[in-house]
Design a protein around this ligand. Structure first.
Ligand SMILES: Cc1cc2nc3c(=O)[nH]c(=O)nc-3n(C[C@H](O)[C@H](O)[C@H](O)COP(=O)(O)OP(=O)(O)OC[C@H]3O[C@@H](n4cnc5c(N)ncnc54)[C@H](O)[C@@H]3O)c2cc1C
Length: 263
């Protein structure tokens, strides 16, 4: 490691003020991605602003028909929450299959979506449920939040405060995990929301995306049969040592059908 300043602050205002007073600051959540990135010298912030002391960033509440989860809430807390289990069981199940117990005890919802890793699980639920992302500056819809690989609509100093998940009539998440890390080689989240059926796919492309073809087919007839012939173009998909683009395209169909069947 090289030298940097570490600040643990207690308010969102202090976080933003400190960020803007520094040359190259970074917010620190659980450090699950940021610290390894710094160790590999892929990021070299001069100031780390630890969000762990801001109490208002953690916790899970229900407001009307929406579950609001603070950005610093860990995956383990979401998985164990009776409120989430009752209201959106697919979300608690998704959180329970992220990484391993160490990752789930340190990793946070805010860190996961701010990072927009193409293989992360949470973006599928955020987009599938059309959640709203509250930042220290504005409210962003899931449709406008995820832009590309490791790229979101967040400005450099913008802080995720919480995410509001509308409770769906029904939802399911199925993923084909990387056996080493648990990250999604492909994960599909399907939800029956007040705005209709939404299908969000993670792991396969630059960032999470929707399958409009599957949404239309499932809106006409909610059966796995109705989507079995829908193919995703492999040209736009990721290819790496874990899976070819063609294999990912195939997995999208399989995971989507499994999600529908589980509903
Ligand atoms: C071994 C391993 C296995 C994993 N497996 C999975 C998996 O199966 N599925 C999965 O989805 N994920 C997986 N992850 C990722 C993990 O779950 C974390 O969500 C991810 O690493 C982010 O970590 P963090 O919350 O600690 O954020 P950090 O690492 O602290 O921060 C990540 C980035 O987000 C920014 N940030 C953090 N919080 C905020 C905020 N509130 N507002 C704005 N910016 C913010 C930081 O500045 C930084 O740029 C895995 C990670 C590891 C190390």
């Amino acid at each position: 490691m090289y030298e940097f300043q570490y600040h643990k602050i207690e308010s969102v205002d202090d976080a933003a003020r400190l960020f803007n007073a520094s040359e190259e600051a970074r917010y620190l959540a659980g450090g699950m991605t940021l610290l390894p990135t710094m160790k590999q010298r892929l990021a070299s912030p001069d100031v780390l602003i630890d969000l762990g002391g801001i109490a208002s960033l953690s916790g899970i509440e229900k407001h009307d028909n929406t579950i609001v989860i603070g950005a610093m809430t860990t995956h383990a807390e979401v998985a164990a929450s009776a409120l989430v289990q009752r209201s959106i069981p697919a979300l608690s199940e998704l959180a329970s299959v992220i990484g391993d117990p160490q990752v789930r005890n340190k990793g946070t919802l805010g860190g996961s979506i701010a990072n927009s890793d193409p293989a992360a699980d949470y973006p599928a639920a955020v987009l599938g449920l059309n959640a709203q992302i509250q930042t220290n500056k504005r409210v962003l819809s899931a449709d406008e939040f995820f832009i590309d690989m490791f790229e979101t609509a967040l400005e450099e100093d913008e802080l995720v405060i919480n995410v509001s998940f509308p409770v769906p009539a029904a939802a399911a998440y199925k993923k084909f995990p990387n056996p080493a890390s648990g990250y999604a080689i492909v994960g599909v989240f399907i939800a029956n929301t007040t705005e209709g059926i939404r299908v969000a796919i993670t792991g396969a492309g630059g960032c999470v995306f929707r399958s409009i073809d599957m949404e239309k087919a499932l809106s006409n007839e909610f059966t796995s049969e109705s989507i079995k012939d829908i193919k995703t173009d492999a040209d736009a998909l990721n290819e790496d040592i874990h899976a070819s683009a063609e294999y990912r395209a195939h997995l999208i169909g399989v995971m989507a059908q499994r999600a529908v069947e589980s509903l």
